[in-house]
Design a protein. Structure first.
Length: 343
C-alpha cells in the first residue's frame, strides 16, 4: 500500500539508517582481477565483518599462505599492513576501513607500481552521515549557535542568518559532496564545486579547479571541505585563502584536518576575518586540551564524530559484502583506490 504522506511504494528506512553510495566502477578485465580465495579479517577479528564476507559468498580464514583477500580494520595499526603484504605476496585484494586512506599512504606508495593487490576503500560509503553532519555544522554557524550555546545571559540583540539562497563552495566532488548537494537543494543555494577537473558535477551550478579557488572564496557565504587528504591538498586553506573570504563567511571541515592551516585559522577567527568555523576534524588530532581553538567562541569542534560506529558499521559491512561478491564473481569492485593519486 502506498504511504499516505508521499504516495510512494518504496519501503521506509529505519530511524538512523543510512545507505551506501558506491561510485560506479567498471568491471575489471579478467587478467586484472584478484584471484579468489580465503579472506582474513585483520589485525583483529570482527564478527560483523566476518559475517559480511560470508554473506558475500566468501570464506573467512586466519592469515596464511592460502589468503587471497584482506579486510583491514585499523588506522592506528596501518604500518603493520605493509609487513603482512610483504610476507604474503599472493594477497590480491585489500579492503580498507574508511573513505580517507591517508594513514596508509606509505604502503600505497610502496605498491603503487605493482599489479597487486587491488585496493578498495569505503569512499562513498559514509557519505550520508558525514553530509548530514556538514549540514548541521553549517546551519549552526549561520545561526550563531556556538556563541548562543556558550551564553550565560539572555541576549539583547537577535542574530543569525538563513541558509536559503546562499553561495556555497564545496571543495571536493566525491560521495560526501554529492550527498551534501542533495541535502542543500531544499535551501536553494548557488553551489560551486572545486575539484581537479572542471568537468560539470551534477547538482552544482558551477564547477572549477583549485587554481580558481581564491576567486570563488571571495563570494562564498559557506565553504565546505570534502576533499581527500594528499600532499597536494595539505593546507589548501591557509592565511591567503582565509583572507580572501568574506568576513561573514563560515568554514566547515568534515574531511581531514590537514586541509586547513590551523594556526592561520586561529588568527582568522581571532581577527574576525571570517565569521566562524565548524570542525569535525583538526590538525593535530586529537586536538590538545589547551589548544587555542577550544577558546574561540565562533568555532564548533565535534571531535571526529560525523560518522559514529553505530552509523558506519552496517555501511562498511555492506561495502565488504559487495566487494567480496566482486572478488568471487562479477569483478565490479566499489571504492577502488588510485594508489598514485592517494585516494
Amino acid at each position: 500500500m502506498p504511504h499516505a504522506e508521499t504516495g510512494s511504494t518504496a519501503p521506509r528506512r529505519s530511524p538512523g539508517q543510512h545507505r551506501d553510495h558506491p561510485a560506479s566502477s567498471p568491471v575489471l578485465p579478467a587478467d586484472r582481477r584478484p584471484q579468489p580465495g580465503p579472506i582474513a579479517v585483520l589485525p583483529t577479528s570482527n564478527p560483523r565483518f566476518e559475517q559480511a564476507i560470508v554473506d558475500g559468498g566468501g570464506v573467512v580464514e586466519p592469515l596464511s599462505d592460502r589468503t587471497r583477500g584482506i579486510v583491514w580494520l585499523s588506522y592506528q595499526r596501518a604500518a603493520e599492513l605493509e609487513t603482512v603484504l610483504e610476507s604474503h605476496p599472493d594477497i590480491g585484494w585489500v579492503q580498507l576501513p574508511w573513505a580517507g586512506v591517508d594513514a596508509f599512504a606509505p604502503t600505497l606508495q610502496r605498491f603503487a607500481n605493482h599489479p597487486v593487490p587491488l585496493w578498495t576503500s569505503a569512499k562513498g560509503t559514509f557519505s550520508e552521515p558525514v553530509a548530514e553532519h556538514a549540514l548541521a555544522l553549517t546551519l549552526a554557524l549561520l545561526r550563531d549557535l556556538p556563541q548562543k550555546a556558550r551564553a550565560t545571559r539572555w541576549a539583547s540583540v537577535d542574530t543569525g542568518r538563513s541558509l536559503y539562497g546562499r553561495n556555497v563552495v564545496i571543495v571536493g566532488a566525491g560521495g560526501i559532496a554529492i550527498e551534501l548537494m542533495r541535502l542543500l537543494s531544499v535551501f536553494e543555494p548557488t553551489i560551486t564545486v572545486v575539484r581537479r577537473s572542471a568537468e560539470p558535477v551534477p547538482g552544482a551550478h558551477h564547477t572549477t579547479t583549485p587554481d580558481h579557488l581564491l576567486e570563488v572564496l571571495a563570494s562564498a557565504d559557506v565553504v565546505v571541505l570534502a576533499a581527500a587528504s594528499t600532499d597536494g591538498t595539505r593546507h589548501l586553506i591557509g592565511a591567503t585563502e582565509l583572507a580572501a573570504m568574506q568576513s561573514t563567511a563560515v568554514l566547515v571541515n568534515i574531511a581531514r584536518g590537514a586541509l586547513i592551516d590551523t594556526d592561520a585559522l586561529v588568527d582568522a577567527l581571532r581577527s574576525g576575518s571570517i565569521a566562524g568555523a565548524g570542525l569535525d576534524v583538526t590538525d593535530p588530532e586529537p586536538l590538545p586540551e589547551a589548544h587555542a581553538l577550544w577558546a574561540e567562541e565562533r568555532c564548533i569542534i565535534t571531535s571526529h564524530s560525523a560518522d559514529t560506529p553505530d552509523m558506519t558499521g552496517p555501511l562498511l559491512a555492506d561495502r565488504i559484502r559487495t566487494n567480496v561478491e566482486a572478488l568471487l564473481d562479477h569483478g565490479r569492485f566499489a571504492g577502488v583506490v588510485d594508489t598514485k593519486a592517494g585516494y
